[in-house]
Each structure stands twice: as C-alpha cells, then as structure tokens.
Design a binder for this molecule. Sequence first.
Ligand code: B12
Ligand code: SF4
Length: 421
Amino acid sequence: MKVQLIQPEKDPGYGNNSRSGCYLPLGLLSIANYLKKKDSSLDIEVLDGELISNQEIISQLKENSIVGIETKALNYESALEIARTAKEKNSKVVLGGVYASALPQIIIDKRKDLIDHVVVGYGEQPFKQILKGTKKKIIYNPRPSFDLVPLIDRSFVDVEKYISNFQEKHPSWNYKGTNIFTHMGCINDCLFCSRSGPSKPFYRNPAHVWQEARYLKDQYGVDYLVDFSDTLTQNIRSLEKLVKAKPTDLNPAFHVFSTAQGINEKSIGLLKELNVKHVFIGVETGDPILAKGISKGNNFSPDKTIEAVKMLTDYGINITPSFVLGLPGENKETLERTLKIAEQIKEISNFEEIFCCELIPFPGSRAFNMICPNPQTDSFDPDKLKQEWIGKYCHASFEKIREVVNEILGLGDYTITIRKS
Ligand code: B12
Ligand code: SF4
C-alpha cells in the first residue's frame, strides 16, 4: 500500500521568513515512523512544501494511494489543491494538523467529495485505523502517545537540505541546527493561541530525547537543537528530569520556548545545565492592561518580562522575543508602549531573532471563536481574519498596527512574521 504524507506549500501570497525550509515536519515523520514500524511493507513517502512547490508535490502524487495532508490556516488552499489531484488519482485523502483539528465537521460537510477523513489531534494511531479501513469520518485523538515512536527516524526526508538552509538563514549562529520536541501541551490559554495540544503538558521520556540527540549528532553532525515544544519551563520537575538524564558525553546547544513566568533562578540553573543558548519568549505587549487580558498566566506583565530578559541576559542566554499586536483595546498609546519595551529589550539583550505579527484569530483560538462563533465555511484567509479582528476589537487602524509591527521587526536581523506580500 502507498502512503504519501504531505505538508503543503504555503498558500499563494504568503512569503518565507527566517525559519522557512529549516525545520523538518516532525508530526508527519512521527506518523511515518509509526506506520512503518507496524507494517514494514508500506511504501511511505514524506513530501514537504517548505522545500518544494505545490506543483512539484502534485506532480509526485501516485495513483491509488492514501494521502495524508497536514493543514494550517496558511496552507489550507494548497491542501485542497493537492486533495483535488489526489482524488483524480483515485486516492483516499486524510487531513490532520491544527487547522483541520479546529474545523473537522465543517470540512467533512463542505468537502464530501474531496476529503475522506479528518483526524483531530495526534495522527499515529488514527492513521493506522484509516489504513485498516475505518468508516469513521472524524477520528479524535487528543493526547500524544510519545512511546509509540521513541525516536523519530528522519531518513524519509533530505535532512542535510534543512540543515544547510538553517545555516544559510542564521549565519551568525554557526551551528548545525535542527528541530526536536521534548513535550506537548500548555497550561496557559492565550487568547491568540491555536496550537491544538492538550491543556496540560505531556513530556517525552528524557532517555528518548537524549537517544534522539545522539542519533542526530552521529548521523547528521547536529549540534543545535530547536525544541519546538510549547513552553519547557512550565513543569520544573520534568525539566529537571531531562537535565538529570543528560549523558556526560553529549552537550548540544538548545533553543527552547518559555514564558517569562517560567524564568527564575532555579529554571535558569537548569537551562544552563541543558546548554540552552536561546530562549524564545512571548513578550506580546508593552502595555500592562492588555497583558492582563491575554490569559498567559497570573503573573504575566511587561515588568515580569523585563525581569526575565535581564536574568537570561545576565546568565549569557540569548533571547528571541515575540510580539503580538492588535490585542483587544489596542490603541496608539499601547502600541507606543510595545515599541518602547521592544527597544528596551534590544538594549538589554541585543537579540538577533525576533517574531512580530498582528494578531491572527486562527481557527482553534479563543480569538477566532470571538469573531466567528458559528463558522459557515471551512475556508478562512488569515490576512482577512486579521483585518476583521482589528476593525472589531482595536482602536487603531490596520495600517498603524502594521507600521509598528514593521518598526519592531526592524530591531532584529532574523525576522519572523506572517503576512501576505
Ligand atoms: C515546528 C513548527 C513549524 C516548523 C515545522 C513545520 C511542521 N510541519 O512541523 C516550521 C518552522 C517549518 C513551521 C512553519 C509554519 N508554521 Co508552524 N509550527 C510549528 C510548531 C511550533 C510545532 C509543531 C511540531 O513540530 N509539533 C510536534 C509534532 C510531533 O506534532 P504536530 O506537528 O502537531 O503533528 C501531530 C498532529 O498535529 C497530527 N498531524 C499533523 N499533521 C497531520 C497530518 C495528518 C494527515 C494526520 C492524520 C495528522 C497530522 O499528528 C502529528 C503526530 O502526532 C507549531 C505549534 C504547536 N505547538 O503545534 C507551529 C504552528 C503549527 N505553525 C503555525 C504557522 C502559522 C506556521 C507558518 C504558516 C508560519 C509561517 N508564516 O511561516 C508556516 C507554514 C508552513 C507550511 N508550509 O505550512 C501555527 C499554525 C496556526 C494555524 N492554526 O494555522 C502554529 C500552531 C504556531 C502558531 N500558533 O502560530 N512551523
Ligand atoms: S504560552 Fe504559548 S503555547 Fe501556551 S497558550 Fe500561550 S501562546 Fe500557546
């Protein structure tokens, strides 16, 4: 049986950023590993629209296969384009990923002829059920089961290509970097967050994380691990277990995500032992009142963020600050405060990488439910959602907010934003 697992190219108009083409589609690779382990005769391919165009993907679609497509708000049109050709080739089409997980019923209702199944949540076991011929249209699997795939074998894709893109896009970091994950899930409930993970973190077995680190070093010379999990410091005991399990002969540099609230003397000590070089930290806004409305933890505030940035900098850990502009009630003064805090953080830490974007009410987020409580379509353009949101919830124009986003991005060398060009 043929299985093609695909991350579509971003939809037309959505451009690249400093992360594009650098990181492997680990979700699809995890599914590929699991299926192969269960049935080694399966012919499995992973195609990634971060490296090849949608047309190239379409030209590689096979007859009579099972096509699994990862969806995000920014690639859903491309996903449907792939699905159309896959159907013409008599294949079964399965959608998964954050976007399909947020809108499963409406996708099944609106795309009867195109989509056979939608998987909500983690795809390994549901995909197996699909291969076995389940009749269920929507399959729910909200919790990760990391032990199903203790180590993700990357050989389904051209790992060297991602690593060389990483090196080209981050020349001053001087590392051979790639992505891994240590846990999934987050205790916070930020207004704009659309990750589909559980509301408490599930950590991988630390021994498996280190086994994977060793495999990446031995096989590909990787010395920098970008942990794209939700927020590593949210469970200090699990972080401690990861650090304790570190083998004495392995010392890759790490890039991790944390909230400001998770940064304290204890967690910094552990991050240092882990050899963390960068912490991606959600600053979001410089305005204390807007910060309170995000639900990023009780203590979240611009002051708390500055405190965390100072501590990290004092301990020699670099940061990647992240800002979301267009929070409810955003106005000229709050935007000025955010620009000011961004400049202050630059002053303190001299960061290189920065993320800044207007709030996108992605399907799956609380913000989306506020503007679209009863969706009648499965097709949403993120740029239009942004504009609709700003018109409804902000006291500043889209143009003014875009201007400040650009000013903030101007503070970094490696910039990440999400917009149509
Ligand atoms: C790493 C990452 C990336 C990497 C790697 C992408 C990848 N495919 O893995 C890079 C940097 C390339 C990337 C790019 C983008 N990303 Co991204 N990314 C993430 C991040 C931080 C972690 C994903 C991850 O590795 N998880 C670990 C793996 C093991 O789990 P997983 O990917 O969720 O996969 C499991 C399930 O989702 C499911 N599943 C996934 N796909 C499929 C497919 C099928 C068929 C099935 C059955 C199941 C299934 O099964 C998997 C295994 O259990 C998430 C945030 C998050 N916490 O989810 C954002 C996130 C998914 N990305 C996001 C965005 C916006 C983007 C970009 C559009 C940004 C941009 N402008 O460049 C691009 C789009 C690229 C593209 N061509 O589509 C948003 C999506 C928002 C939305 N609702 O649409 C998220 C939620 C972050 C956010 N809140 O902003 N991303
Ligand atoms: S802290 Fe990060 S992962 Fe957690 S809810 Fe907020 S944005 Fe999402």
